[in-house]
Design a protein around this ligand. Sequence first.
Ligand code: KG4
Ligand code: ZN
Length: 334
Amino acid sequence: MKILGIESSCDETGLAIYDSERGLLAHAIHSQIKTHQQFGGVVPELASRDHVRHIAKLTKEVLSNAKLTSSDIDYIAYTKGPGLVGALLVGAGFAKSLAYAWGIPAIGVHHMEGHLLAPFLEEKTPEFPFLALLVSGGHTQLMQVKSFGDYTLLGESLDDAAGEAFDKTAKLLGLQYPGGPLLAKLAENGIAGRFTFPRPMLDSNNLNFSFSGLKTHALNTIKKQELTEQTKADIAYAFEDAIVDTLIKKIARAIEQKQLQTIVIAGGVGANQTLRQRLTTFAKQEHIELFYPRLEFCTDNGAMIAYAGYQKIKRGLQDINLKIDVKPRWLLEE
Ligand code: KG4
Ligand code: ZN
């Protein structure tokens, strides 16, 4: 079975073809960073228009790279939500039109299920049950995953997502959008211990997060300093340290409470090297197996959508109508 995957929920147009026998055959991505950079964040209308510009071209590209034609494709999987409504509608409209033209079903996939299952695109895959930390620009969630499609939310951010906190703090430090990776780069030159940021909600016994206070703390710190390059790096270091430390402490609490031995990290912030290094150390100490998608599949992509679609089709969940269906707000547990 061959599935064409389409991702268009935010600022990346991602296309891919997954084969149930041979694995991932091709994937292609167009990033809109340059389009949005001058505005300091994603402009939804521009995102939609840019998806329109690239989606058909990328589809031809993945078909050609996989040496396939449209008649080889059995299913289409597209991101149904959550995300920007206009951007989602471009992907959904395109998916359903292709489904009609090619006479095959198109099914809607949850974007975060795509992120969560991205490690299954690698050779060595996690075993159920596992704990998943989903850390993206829009979500910070701890999920207990018992099998494909069986997801229980254990805790989440009550305000800003981790990626959002990275991006907002980066903006305060004068970095361009998306600031997460740039802040991480800056933090490499930071001196440990010059600033200390709070670890929000570590005292509370639940598995929720709160990151909006870190941005305020950064703002107050910046106001009191002359903002030299070194000071910026020191603030970036302290900020990243606080986020990573908080994420790991809550992960530790979750695996203890739920008696889990396997962790999956997914979503854009999963590309953060400090988080990866410290989690690797932690996992070794605790004899826990740790799984990540490869770096390019941490951020948004079509491969994860094709794979999540494949698993949904295997479970018999097919949506064969041609209704252009999106859900800008959508809980994964639903
Ligand atoms: O999963 P993703 O590509 O899109 C969403 O679904 O949100 O995640 C994007 C987020 C952005 O906030 C970006 O700044 C953050 O992931 N990010 C990082 C790094 N790479 C991407 N944050 C910290 N360190 C990184 N290396
Ligand atoms: Zn994402």
